[in-house]
Design a protein around this ligand. Sequence first.
Ligand code: NAP
Length: 198
Amino acid sequence: MTTITVLGNGRVGGNLATALTRAGHEVRVADRTPGAAAEAARTAQIVINATPGAGSLDRLSALRDELRGKILIDVSNATVDGPDGLPAALIYPGSSLAEQLQEALPETRVVKTLNTMLFPVMTAPATLTQTPEAFLSGEDPRAKQTVRELLSTLGWRSEWITDLGGIHTARATEAAILFVPPIIRSNGLAPFAITIAR
Ligand SMILES: NC(=O)c1ccc[n+]([C@@H]2O[C@H](COP(=O)([O-])OP(=O)(O)OC[C@H]3O[C@@H](n4cnc5c(N)ncnc54)[C@H](OP(=O)(O)O)[C@@H]3O)[C@@H](O)[C@H]2O)c1
């Protein structure tokens, strides 16, 4: 059992919190109530960022003390939305939110994952008709191993998890958000994951 704080209680945060609780973890969810995130982050072993990517850097930088020594799992995507509300452009072209977070939080081990799929797949990977894939980006191999183990409690088989390397590789997975609007426009909100065919 791991003590986990989920920042954000929307589609992603709520879904992850429910599934992680069912999997036997002790989960707290922090909404935007002042002080809630700091209090919940202080007591957790792992913190998950499931808040909008645009404000994530400021939000999490303010939790520098609370996040010291912890694993921060970042599942967010930092995008500028188009008129239809769907992602239209990257906020950190030539970099990534995950890299910015790691730079701002040098004593926190940032692991980027799960940002390349629609939220229901994060907690039910076996429901797709093809093999899904979850990518890992991060500097610390032990932190990535811990995240692998956590993902396994959500149904992710180890062969479905691909370690891309250091935190800079989050550029690739964050850029994959640009696939999402055209896929949603043509297929609706049917669950999908970006996967490398082999
Ligand atoms: N939806 C997907 O399928 C999907 C897939 C992969 C990655 N992501 C990424 O995951 C993140 C969350 O997406 P989502 O679809 O769950 O969005 P969402 O449904 O809009 O939920 C966002 C949550 O963050 C909360 N929030 C906003 N500002 C906050 C703050 N200052 N402090 C604390 N909480 C705050 C919101 O609270 P309020 O309700 O009070 O506004 C809401 O609970 C985004 O970065 C998104 O790019 C989404």
